[in-house]
Design a protein around this ligand. Structure first.
Ligand SMILES: NC(=O)c1ccc[n+]([C@@H]2O[C@H](COP(=O)([O-])OP(=O)(O)OC[C@H]3O[C@@H](n4cnc5c(N)ncnc54)[C@H](O)[C@@H]3O)[C@@H](O)[C@H]2O)c1
Length: 455
């Protein structure tokens, strides 16, 4: 076995990776059982519910392609704040010379605010972006079921709730679909289209087409915790955190990720977003989570210590007043070492390659599991999800493409080693084992599939 080199990518390999991204973007539009000729439902007016971070961005993405949008919030102040944020975002683009004032005016004129849910009645499509709470979303979809015109598409922007459970409260589950936008929704290129058990083919075709019209790459996913993107991301973050518990320091993990090509390391990202994002949910989950595996709670402990990130000047790093540059902080490094000792872990130095193997191969193994369950249609869909939605370095072509380049036999050997060390999380994906047995690549699945469906 040759040593894995994550860092040297020749010009020829870069060009191949970029060509793969183009291929992947084109492939993502093809859905084996939904022909390109499927008649689309008309989408001439959209209602977006929830004028928060996502709702405002989604409304802008729609207005940017000339679609009239009604932005609905439960409260007048929430609506006002949302509309103001939309205005401010457009104004910033005008100030930067990226948008003409008259285009801004036209787009703003397309967005109407409302606090009356009955305003959904004329919409051909509704996109729900209220808080991530199943009971709330279900109660909203019950209302939509009563209020919307027949044939309207009812989409939810949930980050990970079960779309079937949302569809089940309506009399029209065939019209319900997931439309997972990424933040900021008017900028980010990725749209995960989530196919629930009963979603009608023309609903999927229409949403995929709308994504394309908005200049996005729409990728089809089936229901699974976190769909495609966040399912892999969980593995990436988990392993980065375990690496810190096992011996690497936050700046070492971040340096490895940056050297690989990420614009920022994960711990710097945590500090930027706020370590308290998802704090309550994670705390609540602690009581019910399975006991057969290792968990990682360091981020919660940092929050309890007040290390919330940039906004308070300290998190995984420390920050100078008014400056976002992360600096190593001996205080947190000592705390991490003490935590490792409390967990009975003997910290060991970890080189960049080992850090990257843990962070990246966890994603590859999960990706293989998504493929064998049909959550993702093809390996290149996972790659394009990562390239467009998660900042995966373009010259590496995406996690599945990278695994093929390294060689699946090598990747599996490391996954088996991690499995022996860390147990459950690293259970090798049967699909990966089969491909190695047969001497095949992820890409081979793709060509078989193309042959199979003839698209
Ligand atoms: N923020 C992200 O990065 C992100 C990314 C992808 C998906 N999501 C998902 O998008 C959804 C919205 O997230 P967000 O970050 O925009 O939340 P947010 O808190 O910024 O906004 C939610 C808005 O919904 C409004 N609202 C609540 N209940 C309502 C009701 N019954 N009727 C109408 N409006 C109501 C609130 O007043 C608020 O303005 C969540 O499901 C979230 O998981 C968020």
């Amino acid at each position: 076995m040759h040593p894995v080199d994550f860092f040297t990518v020749s010009e020829a390999e870069r060009a191949k990776a970029l060509a793969h991204a183009q291929f992947a973007a084109a492939e993502a539009a093809k859905i084996p059982d939904i022909p390109a000729s499927t008649p689309l439902r008309p989408v001439n007016r959209v209602a977006v519910i929830g004028a928060g971070t996502m709702g405002g961005g989604i409304a802008m993405a729609l207005a940017n392609i000339g679609l009239p949008v009604t932005l609905i919030d439960a409260h007048q102040d929430g609506l006002d704040r949302g509309l103001q944020r939309v205005k401010d975002n457009y104004a910033t683009s005008v100030k930067r010379g990226k948008l003409a004032q008259e285009d801004m005016d036209q787009r703003l004129a397309l967005i109407t605010g409302s606090v009356d849910m009955a305003s959904v009645k004329d919409a051909d499509m509704v996109i729900e972006a209220v808080f991530e709470d199943m009971a709330l979303k279900q109660s909203l979809f019950r209302q939509l079921d009563r209020l919307c015109q027949p044939g309207a598409i009812l989409a939810t922007n949930t980050s990970g709730l079960d779309v079937d459970q949302i569809a089940a409260v309506t009399q029209r589950p065939q019209d319900v679909v997931g439309a997972h936008f990424f933040s900021p929704a008017h900028v980010m290129k990725l749209l995960e289209v989530v196919r629930a058990a009963q979603t009608a083919p023309d609903v999927i075709a229409t949403l995929m087409d709308l994504g394309r019209r908005m200049g996005k790459i729409a990728v089809l996913a089936r229901i699974y915790p976190g769909f495609i993107g966040n399912a892999l991301f969980r593995n990436y973050t988990r392993e980065a955190h375990f690496a810190v518990e096992d011996g690497a320091l936050p700046h070492e993990v971040d340096a490895a990720l940056k050297q690989f090509g990420y614009a920022m390391g994960l711990f710097a990202v945590h500090d930027m977003a706020g370590n308290d994002v998802g704090y309550q949910t994670r705390k609540a989950q602690m009581a019910t989570r399975p006991q057969d595996r290792r968990w990682n709670d360091l981020i919660l402990k940092l929050c309890d210590l007040g290390r919330l990130g940039q906004k308070v000047g300290k998190g995984w790093y420390r920050y100078e007043q008014g400056d976002r540059t992360p600096h190593r902080d001996p205080e947190v490094e000592q705390y991490i070492a003490e935590e490792s000792a409390r967990m009975g872990i003997t910290r060991q130095a970890m080189d960049e390659t080992e850090i990257l193997k843990r962070c990246l191969y966890g994603m590859v193994n999960e990706g293989a599991k998504l493929l064998e369950q049909g959550i993702a249609l093809r390996p290149s869909d996972i790659d394009i999800t990562y390239l467009t939605g998660y900042g995966f370095p373009a010259h590496h072509g995406g996690p599945m493409y990278l695994a093929d380049r390294i060689g699946l036999e090598q990747v599996l050997a490391d996954i088996e080693r991690f499995h022996a060390q860390d147990g459950t999380w690293w259970q090798p994906a049967p699909l990966l084992q089969r491909l190695v047995r047969e001497g095949k690549t992820f890409a081979s699945l793709q060509s078989d599939q193309t042959a199979l469906y003839g698209t």
